[in-house]
Design a protein around this ligand. Structure first.
Ligand SMILES: Nc1ncnc2c1ncn2[C@@H]1O[C@H](COP(=O)(O)OP(=O)(O)O)[C@@H](O)[C@H]1O
Ligand SMILES: [Mg+2]
Length: 208
């Protein structure tokens, strides 16, 4: 990996990822860091087209495995054409969702085998893994309430059941427990100022 840092933001809908991404970018820029904000699935023109394919509600069924492969196809475009070059230039990346989201949504939520997800992760981005992952954790009902208040139409994944998001949340927490050195779990049910402080502390530790 290059000289930059890859920071990923994870959590269910309404957890505060987008809000914190904007906040953290401003905080890093105040310290003179070149920051790039991006998201998955997407982040490059072609990867955004795959995002549209994955999230639209069409006639043709999309199996969990097909969904997983599309996510990793988009990810490889994003890594090759945006993330790796930016890291090599010394930029810091704040990425709204990455492979932990595939573990949580496709793995936990849809039951895709860990072995498939982990072999794809190793094949698709052996050299590009997060320096830090912020997991914004909160009760599903609160996340869905915030997401609903934010408006915006639900996509094919966003319209899933509460039980689905409970499985997603559980898997995210399992990933955090398995990799405590990389994943910082932030209690996202706290007032925004407290969430900002916790996230900022974790990110600024990467400066030293
Ligand atoms: N800690 C918080 N307390 C109260 N409201 C919050 C908090 N974090 C985010 N919000 C609000 O909840 C909504 C969803 O936040 P957002 O950042 O869009 O979440 P995500 O990107 O994870 O889906 C937004 O309207 C945001 O202003
Ligand atoms: Mg968001």
């Amino acid at each position: 990996m290059g000289r930059g840092r890859l920071i990923t933001l994870e959590g269910i809908e309404g957890a505060g990822k987008s809000t914190l991404a904007t906040y953290l970018r401003a905080q890093l820029e105040l310290r003179g860091v070149a920051v790039r904000l991006t998201r998955e699935p997407g982040g490059t023109p072609l990867a955004e087209r795959i995002r549209a394919l994955v999230l639209e509600r069409g006639e043709e069924p999309v199996s969990a495995e097909a969904e997983t492969l599309l996510m990793f196809a988009a990810r490889r475009l994003h890594v090759d054409n945006l993330i790796r070059p930016a890291l090599e230039r010394g930029e810091w990346i704040l990425c709204d969702r990455y492979t932990d989201a595939t573990r949580a949504y496709q793995g936990g939520g849809r039951g895709v085998a860990d072995s498939l997800i982990e072999s794809l992760a190793t094949a698709v981005h052996p050299d590009v893994n997060p320096d830090l992952t912020l997991l914004f954790d909160l009760p599903v009902a609160l996340g869905l309430e915030r997401a609903a208040a934010r408006r915006g139409a639900k996509d094919r994944i966003g319209e899933e059941s509460v039980a689905f998001f409970e499985r997603v949340r559980t898997r995210y927490l399992e990933v955090a427990r398995a990799e405590p050195a990389r994943v910082r779990c932030v209690d996202a049910s706290q007032p925004l100022d407290a969430v900002k402080a916790a996230a900022s502390t974790a990110v600024m530790a990467l400066l030293s």
